[in-house]
Design a protein around this ligand. Structure first.
Ligand code: PGA
Length: 248
């Protein structure tokens, strides 16, 4: 089943978070044709969890540490996220890679830890504009896949969700065209298939980067696009609901 995930990034607290979650809950009351995840900041997880209890909405975190507990000031563990009701966690977002020192090796530690728990990781990959313009986009993405998914089995693969997010499309309004996105999604699936085998056909590969109400339908028509990771357009209920209720 396709997945539409809203990454709230460092937005919304208090009543704002609650009212956004409530509006989404109300907007899906008649049913959804995909899995929908909300990834508010850590401080709003509990309030959003309370708001979406008993609905099909899935609570997600934006990051997680790989150790279950210990002297890691400022970090949040998997048991903490499970305790609060998270079912998914975003791992290796390009903003974490760009500003907070995330590497393929730390992505791999987070993914493995999540796979040892009930949390489903949404693993983000994607090239920068310079990498695409110099023709390195495929090798960059393959390197991120090889490093981030190192040591995983085909069975593990079935539990992860991938998100291809070209950095040049994130927050820029410059979405990859459905054809450009499909081309990379197809390449990712071929790479997975070479490495893991038949499970690659089942993996959901989300597209992320300026997904909006007016481009979601065309993106979702592509054969290897299995959902979306949405930033800016998930902060307003109306636009996120339109994306959730995409037509294909
Ligand atoms: P955007 O962000 O939709 O604002 O481009 C997507 C993301 O970073 O996940």
């Amino acid at each position: 089943m396709p997945v539409i995930a809203g990454n709230w990034k460092m937005h919304k607290s208090g009543e704002d978070a609650i009212s956004l979650a409530r509006a989404i809950r109300t907007g899906i009351a008649d049913g959804i044709h995909c899995q929908v995840a909300l990834a508010p900041p850590f401080t709003a997880l509990a309030a959003v969890a309370n708001e979406i209890k008993g609905t099909p909405l899935i609570l997600a975190a934006q990051n997680v540490h790989w150790e279950p507990k210990g002297a890691f000031t400022g970090e949040i563990s998997i048991p903490m996220l499970q305790d609060i009701g998270c079912g998914m966690v975003v791992v290796g977002h390009s903003e974490r890679r760009q500003y907070f020192g995330e590497t393929d090796a730390t992505v791999n530690r987070r993914v493995r830890a999540a796979l040892n728990s009930t949390l489903q990781p949404i693993v983000c990959i994607g090239e920068t504009l310079a990498e695409r313009e110099s023709g390195m986009h495929h090798s960059v993405v393959e390197q991120q896949l090889a490093g981030g998914l190192d040591g995983l089995t085909g069975q593990d693969l079935l539990r992860i969700i991938l998100a291809y997010e070209p950095v040049w499309a994130i927050g820029t309004g410059r979405t990859a065209s459905p054809e450009i996105a499909q081309e990379m999604h197809g390449a990712i699936r071929r790479w997975l298939s070479g490495k893991f085998g038949k499970e690659a056909q089942e993996v959901r590969i989300l597209y992320g980067g300026s997904v909006k109400p007016d481009n979601i339908d065309a993106l979702m028509l592509q054969p290897d696009i299995d959902g979306a990771l949405v930033g800016g357009a998930c902060l307003e209920a109306e636009s996120f609901l339109r994306i959730i209720h995409y037509r294909s």
